[in-house]
Design a protein around this ligand. Structure first.
Ligand code: BT5
Length: 259
């Protein structure tokens, strides 16, 4: 099937200063994260993007797989050169930008599930993976990966850790990956600009989180924790209040919302 996606199609009408410039598009790669990382090591500027129609080794957080039938998804990796202070906020900025772009292009409501899954109708439609390159403690660059299920049949992904959906599945119509890419790059550039001008970018992220105030079960590297998602901190961590009144601050994990 010929792809509707190409660098030229996205660049034609892209209203960004630097995000998506330059733009590299491939039919199939192991992971766009690796291409963006290699590009950044060679000195690629902030905003350089690598996107693909299909990944044979797409990855999520904690070494998990990200999967999609070819041509069904938006799979992008973006080279970023943030300050050390901005780095922990990148997952929030990515999730907010993906949510904004989805709402604009597909006209559906979204919500965020801590830490950075985008949900539509309670199911996962997009995920964000931020990887940093460090020299000792010093951040050299970051690569932000975003995967959005656009025209995907949810049944094509077996045994997801969380129920999933796609924009076409929710709206009943094919959604343009070109329009979505443009909107995503624009929203992300705006978010980065706002963050760099000192705006507290965690506020929109917090406002979009469906998790707050809900009873949750969180799977972490240390096991399973349960309680009420009481708050989030500016660094993105989740404050979980246990039934016995104690609380825990969690930096990473997988949340399931309880009834
Ligand atoms: C994420 O990880 O949600 C981050 C996904 C980032 C993917 C992008 S695509 C472009 C770039 N290149 C890459 O190689 N990666 C990035 P996590 O929260 O760990 O979710 C992974 C889990 O989601 C898996 O263990 C599956 O259960 C499930 N999953 C896999 N494919 C999915 C899909 N298409 N939609 C929803 N869930 C999926």
């Amino acid at each position: 099937m010929p792809s509707d996606l190409s660098a030229a199609a996205i660049l034609d009408g892209l209203a960004t200063r630097y995000l998506g410039r330059p733009l590299h598009h491939y039919p199939e790669v192991p992971s766009t994260q690796d291409l963006a990382r290699e590009d950044a090591r060679r000195g690629a500027p902030e905003g350089a993007v690598h996107l693909a129609d299909h990944q044979t080794a797409g990855r999520g957080r904690l070494g998990r797989r990200w999967e999609e039938p070819s041509g069904s998804s938006l799979l992008v990796s973006i080279v970023l050169r943030p300050s050390q202070d901005l780095y922990p906020k990148l997952p929030m900025l990515g999730a907010v930008a993906a949510a904004r772009a989805i709402e604009q292009v597909a006209a559906v409501e979204t919500g965020l599930k801590w830490p950075n899954d985008v949900l539509v109708a309670g199911k996962k439609v997009a995920g964000v993976l931020v990887e940093g390159e460090f020299e000792g403690d010093r951040l050299v660059f970051a690569v932000m990966g975003i995967g959005i299920n656009v025209n995907l049949d949810p049944a094509a992904i077996p045994d997801p850790v969380y129920p999933l959906t796609s924009l076409r599945h929710e709206t009943g119509v094919e959604v343009s990956r070109v329009a979505l890419a443009r909107s995503l790059f624009h929203a992300l550039e705006q978010g980065l600009d706002r963050a760099r001008s000192g705006e507290p970018v965690e506020e929109e992220w917090r406002a979009r989180l469906l998790t707050l105030g809900r009873r949750v079960r969180v799977r972490t590297a240390d096991g399973v924790d349960e309680g009420v998602a009481a708050d989030v901190r500016a660094d993105g961590s989740l404050v979980l209040r246990h039934d016995d009144g104690t609380s825990a601050v969690l930096r990473a994990g997988d949340v399931t919302l309880q009834a």
